[in-house]
Design a binder for this molecule. Structure first.
Ligand code: HEM
Length: 154
């Protein structure tokens, strides 16, 4: 991930990764668990929940492994599965604007509930928008039809 300022510095003056700033694996695990708990519980994420299978157990582990590496920590996901090919892996699921926006809102809420530093939340929300939008594989809803024949005379 491309890291921009402001990120906190380590004692030696080098820049921390988001993974370190967050508090490492226990916090990434807590964030992932909160994300899927919210998805399971909150009616406003029902469309997103509906895209998933009956159990979220596999998804919990895989997103945790993926996020560790994506945030600049250990590459658990790549060690197990190779290159993430995330867009290809999401093609079996219909992902449109509504699913994307529910995923992002669910993650934003999980970050808040897990108590991530405010600056880190803002930075990650921005980075995740690009990733989630890239996963979209359904066209945006077509514009509502215009009344009349379009000539402006009817
Ligand atoms: C845009 C809306 C998204 C939807 C609707 C969605 C949905 C899903 C679904 C249904 C699965 C399969 C879960 C299972 O196997 O039980 C999945 C897997 C996964 N998702 Fe997403 N996802 C979205 C965005 C994202 C984003 C933004 C990321 C990363 C930042 C991500 C990371 C993953 C990972 C790592 C897996 C496991 C892939 C595998 O190894 O098969 N997803 N997602």
């Amino acid at each position: 991930m491309q890291i921009q300022e402001p990120m906190p510095k380590r004692a030696d003056g080098t820049t921390m990764t988001p993974f370190e700033w967050m508090g490492g694996e226990p916090v990434v695990r807590a964030l992932t668990d909160r994300f899927y708990d919210l998805m399971d519980l909150e009616p406003r994420f029902a469309t997103l929940r509906g895209v998933h299978g009956s159990t979220l157990d596999n998804a919990r582990d895989r997103l945790f492994w993926f996020l560790c590496g994506w945030l600049g920590g250990p590459q658990h996901y790549i060690e197990r599965f190779g290159h993430p090919r995330l867009r290809a892996r999401h093609l079996p699921f219909a992902i449109g604007v509504e699913e994307r926006d529910q995923w992002l809102a669910c993650m934003a809420q999980a970050m808040q509930d897990t108590g991530l530093p405010g600056g880190l939340q803002a930075f990650l929300n921005q980075q995740l928008y690009g990733t989630a939008d890239w996963m979209r594989n359904q066209p945006e809803a077509p514009a509502a039809p215009v009344a009349g024949d379009g000539s402006g005379t009817t």
